[in-house]
Design a protein around this ligand. Structure first.
Ligand code: CA
Ligand code: CA
Length: 171
């Protein structure tokens, strides 16, 4: 087995400390709707997901995961190039104005290669609800958040982005 896992729990913990300001205030209905996972695939073996759950102290664990289908040897070759091939962030979907809100980055926690799967990565952080509260005006308090994973392939010098479906909540 040559699966390499890069654990950056200290980075995630540091981010959690920085991003925690006040306890999240959420409606009971919001609590009942989590945890929730939404996934998308390309139909050719690649898939990516966004998962959000409430933590015991009222914050939110935000997880993203992706499998990019390729041979195990190609995946290992990408892992062997210095630097992370993936980055991930969470955005708030907005129809007006046009641009989506960039809410926060989600640090990479796992990177691995496997037969029949390809190149896989996980991303994790813990944030207070205010970081997910992208809409909070009368008549529009519901939040539409999604994940965007960017894959920079150092072998082909190409960049791909993968948007997850939305999780709709009132954070
Ligand atoms: Ca929105
Ligand atoms: Ca809101």
């Amino acid at each position: 087995m040559t699966i390499r896992q890069i654990l950056t729990s200290t980075a995630a913990a540091a981010a959690a400390v920085v991003m925690t300001a006040t306890p999240a205030l959420a409606a009971p209905s919001a609590a009942a709707a989590l945890p929730r996972q939404v996934c998308r695939g390309d139909g050719f073996g690649s898939s990516w997901c966004l998962f959000i759950e409430r933590t015991s102290n009222g914050e939110f664990h935000v997880h993203l995961g992706i499998d990019v289908f390729m041979s195990r040897s190609d995946a290992q070759a990408i892992i062997d190039v210095p630097g992370d091939p993936f980055s991930a962030r969470v955005l708030g979907r907005d129809s007006w104005p046009d641009s989506d809100d960039n809410l926060f980055n989600v640090p990479i926690t796992v990177l691995g290669a496997a037969d029949g799967v390809g190149l896989s990565s996980d991303f994790d952080t813990i944030v207070g609800g205010q970081f997910l509260d992208e809409d909070n005006v009368p008549g529009n308090r519901g939040d539409e958040v999604f994940g965007k994973i960017t894959f920079r392939n150092p072998l082909t010098k190409t960049t791909s982005t993968f948007d997850t479906p939305e999780i709709d909540e009132n954070f």
